[in-house]
Design a protein around this ligand. Structure first.
Ligand code: ADP
Length: 500
């Protein structure tokens, strides 16, 4: 078993991984950028290494800096969390080449699943249904026109290397196709360094249902049930729950089996997620595989009682799975709300600043995975999600009531957050009935929340960003952890070990 693990991430997920390591008696190394000197993950880990300036591409996204930090601290394994380098096959390979275990799948499995067109081909071969469309990158517009005619409008253009909803365009008629292809290609090129796009049939009013899988290096793969993730804004999840209201036992078994088959076809080892889209007639189709721990993994943990990070670490250290499919318990209902530093009344504009007041919910069945504390300045450089609130209860109705109770206890002062939005969403009759689709938010909010931000607000924000960048570019050491506002984290007693 590993004695020391480096967590190549920040925020709530870094803290969450460190917690499991601590329970397992494993030493932890945090990495941090100059903007994160006072961040919770830095305070909580046993050691911490500065890996560069605030911008992710100069710190959290630099494989050589992470590997150097692992070497310097003697970490035997790297946990990548989600985002950042977690799905970079070359990074996984480099860790292994440097003699450091990567807590996740092999670079090869990531490559097989990272290119969505290749993944679609692999799934079709494995007998897993895929959304009708192309299985190769589109070479020219004429081919796009032909395929779109074949599958029928509306169609969805997607980036082959896509993620985070980028490079996606809905096309409702042939006239829109050429310009949508152009803009999708250029967005894909700038976001992923690869402009390849493909076409899928656009399903109206679908649901996003995904299955958590876990596979060891000894040929065992199981699924840990589903997560319903249809509450989305701009194709990004905001609320997740399990079980999904649209699955009955038969469909659940069918999709679970397909998910296991999909993972096996990719030769996949470690934790992963098979995402499906389900149409009105309850036909399900493979969307993509996420080759990492998901943001919403706590929903599965609450229902099964398993700690997915522990399972990931065990699998990466060569242990076989400790249970069969039949032995996995599923109990009750779990819901997760992603809490972001965004203003829901201002089109989800990022809201940054110092947390001046904090009252966290508690009580039965409530879990908070968070990456901030009172007195912490939320940096502008990273994802606005600052915490996840997760609840569990015997039934879905009780879980909704519990989540509303917990949300109403949550007080975060100094910045705007999405807490109020979640309260509204959970009170919506469609959410309560369970009969909702990926268009839920669009239909819920008066006015179009899917619009691009108002240019005036964007300009004001840009000025603020500039100002903040100047403020954070202080000499090293000037903004180290004060240790005064966050006594709980001091228990870890890691400050003595802080490495710069
Ligand atoms: P990304 O990797 O960029 O997040 P996904 O393929 O996972 O892209 O899709 C993200 C979301 O976009 C889905 O959860 C769903 O809401 C929507 N979506 C994707 N494909 C389709 C489709 N063929 N029809 C309708 N909606 C889709």
């Amino acid at each position: 078993m590993f004695e020391k693990i480096l967590i190549a991430n920040r925020g709530e997920i870094a803290v969450r991984v460190i917690r499991t390591c601590r329970e397992m008696g494993i030493q932890t190394v945090a990495v941090f950028s100059e903007a994160d000197r006072g961040a919770p993950h830095v305070r909580y880990a046993d050691e911490a290494c500065l890996i560069g300036p605030a911008l992710s591409r100069e710190s959290y996204l630099l494989p050589e800096n992470i590997i150097a930090a692992a070497r310097k601290t003697g970490a035997q394994a790297v946990h990548p969390g989600y985002g950042f380098l977690s799905e970079r096959a070359a990074f996984a390979d480099r860790c292994v080449d440097a003699g450091i275990a990567f807590i996740g799948p092999s670079g090869e499995a990531m490559r097989a699943m990272g290119d969505k067109t290749a993944a679609r081909r692999a799934m079709r071969t494995a007998g897993v249904p895929v959304v009708p469309g192309t299985e190769e990158g589109l070479n020219d517009d004429a081919e796009a026109v032909r395929v779109a005619d074949e599958v029928g409008y509306p169609v969805l253009i997607k980036a082959a290397m896509g993620g985070g909803g980028k490079g996606m365009r809905i096309v409702r008629n042939p006239e829109e196709l050429a310009s949508a292809l152009r803009s999708a290609r250029s967005e894909a090129l700038s976001a992923f360094g690869d402009g390849a796009v493909y076409i899928e049939k656009y399903l109206e009013d679908p649901r996003h249902v995904e299955f958590q899988i876990l596979a060891d290096a000894h040929g065992h793969t199981v699924h840990l049930g589903e997560r319903e993730c249809s509450v989305q804004r701009r194709h990004q999840k905001l609320i997740e729950e399990s079980p999904s209201c649209i699955l009955d036992d038969r469909l659940r078994a069918e999709m679970g089996t397909a998910a296991v088959r999909a993972a096996e076809a990719a030769g996949y080892v470690n934790a992963g997620t098979i995402e499906f889209i389900v149409d009105r007639n309850r036909n399900f189709y493979f969307l993509e595989m996420n080759t990492r721990l998901q943001v919403e993994h706590p929903v599965t943990e609450m229902r099964t009682g398993l700690d997915l990070v522990r399972e990931q670490i065990l699998v990466a250290s060569g242990s076989p799975l400790r249970f069969t499919q039949e032995e996995i318990p599923f109990r009750g209902a779990a819901i997760e709300c992603r809490i972001s530093a965004e203003d829901p009344d201002e089109n989800f504009m990022p809201s940054i600043g110092k947390i001046t007041r904090l009252v966290e919910p508690g009580g039965p069945g409530v879990r908070i995975d968070s990456g901030f504390y009172r007195g912490y300045e939320v940096p502008i450089f990273y994802d606005p999600m600052i915490a996840k609130l997760i609840v569990w209860a015997e039934t879905r109705d009780e879980a909704i009531a519990r989540m509303k109770r917990a949300l109403s206890e949550y007080e975060i002062g100094g910045i705007k957050t999405t807490v109020s939005f979640h309260l509204q969403a959970l009170s919506d009759a469609r959410f309560v009935s369970g009969n909702y689709t990926t268009r839920f938010i669009e239909q819920m909010t008066p006015g179009d929340k899917q619009d691009a931000p108002d240019p005036r607000i964007a300009a004001a924000f840009a000025t603020l960003v500039k100002h903040r960048t100047r403020k954070t570019a202080r000499p090293a050491g000037s903004s180290g952890p004060s240790g005064t506002e966050f006594s709980a984290w001091k228990l870890a007693g890691r400050r003595a070990g802080l490495r710069k």
